[in-house]
Design a protein around this ligand. Structure first.
Ligand SMILES: C[S@@+](CC[C@H](N)C(=O)[O-])C[C@H]1O[C@@H](n2cnc3c(N)ncnc32)[C@H](O)[C@@H]1O
Length: 242
């Protein structure tokens, strides 16, 4: 799978994508990430990318031409079949598990990062397939949201995670939060690991973990409990366990 990112600050992507799971997946050819400098597609001799808002008001607005030119250049240089153009935007739908899984099914995502007051509306109308937000708070640019999206989506691309099981049991994957984890030492500062986890009884451990997932969800994100069929199945199995 490929990600093509269009940004005014390409340097921000150096580092976060160069370590850990993402770096390994890129080295193994499972993921391709190309970062395109919006300035390269700027207008005129000064490569202008922004201008004052029509109608007045504070700040600057990113011009439409550089985004259209960048996307057309990307398409011309690296044709792909199944593609989605995503605008990172606080006005978008929230990035959640289902969106990440759905987006991992495309061959390429073109990610458009806004800055300043945002982008000229004609970019959204004429280029964008979907708008995605990473939370109900405004950050200064689309770069950090784009990096979060790349990471969240990449985890669902085949061969990216060493152990696919971990993606399937993680929070949100079946509508529940993950169970608590422990490692050595078994006792630390007067707190002990639940004895069942040291018992070697895999059936009992699996049951404890399922119960712990329902409990964690009920305590931290109760609104998730009614959302999915698999959640209902879990609750049914563990009715009365809390
Ligand atoms: C300062 S914001 C502009 C916010 C815009 N004026 C508004 O209120 O909707 C600049 C850029 O940061 C990105 N951005 C900010 N918050 C975001 C969020 N929560 N999720 C995704 N992108 C975000 C978008 O690309 C946006 O165009």
């Amino acid at each position: 799978m490929r990600f093509d990112v269009v940004t005014l600050f390409p340097g921000m992507f150096q580092g976060p994508l160069d370590d850990g799971i993402l770096a390994r997946a890129r080295a193994a050819g499972r993921l391709g990430v190309r970062v395109h400098d919006l300035r390269r597609f700027g207008v005129g001799p000064h490569r202008q990318v922004d201008d004052a808002p029509f109608g007045g008001g504070p700040g600057m607005v990113l011009k439409p031409e550089p985004f259209f030119d960048a996307v057309e250049w990307i398409r011309g240089t690296y044709p792909e079949t199944r593609e989605r153009v995503v605008l990172l935007s606080p006005q978008g739908v929230p990035l959640d598990h289902d969106r990440a899984v759905a987006l991992s099914g495309y061959d390429r995502l073109i990610l458009l990062c806004g800055r300043y007051e945002g982008l000229d509306e004609r970019v959204r109308e004429g280029l964008v397939d979907e708008e995605i937000a990473v939370g109900e708070a405004v950050v200064s640019g689309g770069e950090l949201p784009a990096m979060m999206l790349i990471d969240a989506v990449a985890r669902h691309v085949e061969g990216v995670l060493g152990n696919q099981e971990s993606a399937e049991s993680e929070s949100f994957a079946c509508g529940l939060l993950d169970h608590p984890c422990y490692t050595r030492p078994a006792a630390y500062r007067d707190r002990e690991v639940p004895p069942v986890l040291l018992s070697g009884d895999h059936g009992a451990i699996a049951r404890w973990r399922e119960e712990a997932r329902v409990r964690a969800t009920r305590e931290k994100r109760p609104e998730l409990l009614n959302r999915s069929k698999s959640t209902s199945a879990h609750i049914e199995r563990h009715r009365g366990t809390s």
